[in-house]
Design a protein around this ligand. Structure first.
Ligand code: PAP
Length: 333
């Protein structure tokens, strides 16, 4: 992990900017402000501005982009393992001892939080870095770097919504049962939560992947669940580091898939214990809840699901992007 060399103070101009955006408090939690069409808490917006101002991409950078709760932890573990497969065997993977969020740090939410300007040039190359920012918020240095690659992972918004609610409860009020979903669902449909709206986020990366498929790879969580070996090979091909015939024969693709499986990662001590302090504090264990497709059926009533499905159809329009909103592999419990 890089060490910070400088710290930028949150100045009065930032406070003024945030207040000018007339932040509101949609549900329990902190104030959110709409900045250039995207919703941010104050700490997150400050971190985003610091990141945009100071980050310099290099050609070998790999940027993992997701909306929160879309399978970020899984994508980090897989990409880390694929990229570093010649540096250590699967039995000696750093993933056995470190939570994936420590091996593949978040940019705005972690490295650039609290005004930190990290010395990321000190990180070994290729640097694998993660962000939840929408495509249009990425600094031009990432977009203009000809070889720097972006991998985006998208997930059914009903599962994203469900995962967010459980995550917040696990980290803020685990002893209390989940409250009614009506209010949080309403704000989700209005796009008012950190990094929202969901549809703009997906569409930004979707359109970029159509325009420049060499640079942006668009993936779906549900496809990972259907066929993880195919997804592992797709990531390796995209990064210009395909599995050789020998590696495939030796079963390396399956080994990596197993290493990064929900069941394996969830049971490691490094993921059962400890926490990470990004712009908020989260238990490592809270990143491994169920890891299923369609768990929303246990939280969201069908009428709400239909409403979100219609909304997505309307928002995605003729873009060609489709998400299997009603697809589910779990039953109601
Ligand atoms: P983040 O965006 O906040 O960093 P992220 O990893 O996207 O977190 O969210 C966690 C979700 O990914 C959880 O989904 P759930 O609440 O529906 O269960 C978590 O279980 C799931 N997840 C984490 N690791 C894996 C994995 N290896 N395989 C499948 N799903 C996973």
């Amino acid at each position: 992990m890089s060490s910070s060399t400088e710290v930028e103070q949150k100045d009065d101009h930032f406070e003024e900017l945030f207040q000018r955006l007339q932040p509101k408090k949609p549900v329990a939690g902190s104030l959110l402000a709409n900045y250039q069409g995207v919703w941010f808490g104050a700490d997150l917006l400050q971190a985003t501005l610091t990141f945009q101002k100071h980050f310099k991409a290099i050609d070998s950078d790999i940027i993992l982009a997701t909306m929160p709760k879309s399978g970020t932890t899984w994508l980090k573990a897989l990409t880390f393992s694929i990229v570093n497969r010649n540096n250590h065997s699967v039995d000696e993977s750093p993933l056995l001892f470190s939570n994936p969020h420590h091996l593949v740090p978040f940019l705005e939410m972690y490295l650039y939080k609290d005004g930190n300007i990290p010395d990321i040039d000190a990180m070994p190359c290729p640097r694998i870095l993660a962000t939840h920012l929408p495509y249009q918020f990425l600094p031009s240095t990432i977009l203009d770097c000809s070889n720097c690659r972006i991998i985006y992972l998208c997930r059914n918004p009903l599962d994203v919504f469900t995962s967010i609610l459980h995550f917040v409860r696990q980290n803020r009020s685990a002893s209390r049962p989940l409250e009614s979903v009506d209010v949080p669902f309403e704000t989700f449909c209005q796009g008012i939560y950190p990094y929202g709206p969901f549809w703009d986020h997906c569409l930004g990366y979707w359109n970029a992947s159509l325009k420049d498929p060499q640079k942006v790879l668009f993936l779906k969580y549900e496809d990972f669940k259907k066929n993880i070996t195919c997804s592992v090979k797709k990531i390796a091909d995209f990064l210009g580091h395909p599995f050789s015939a020998e590696e495939e024969e030796a079963g390396l693709v399956e080994e990596i898939a197993m290493l990064c499986s929900f069941e394996n990662l969830q049971n490691l001590n490094c993921n059962k214990e400890g926490e990470i302090q990004t712009v908020f504090r989260a238990k490592h264990s809270s990143f491994f809840r169920k890891g299923e497709v369609g768990d929303w059926v246990n939280l969201v009533p069908p009428s709400m699901a239909n409403r979100l499905e219609k909304l997505m159809q309307e928002k995605f329009g003729e873009s060609g992007l489709t998400l299997d909103i009603h697809g589910n592999s779990v039953g109601r419990r």
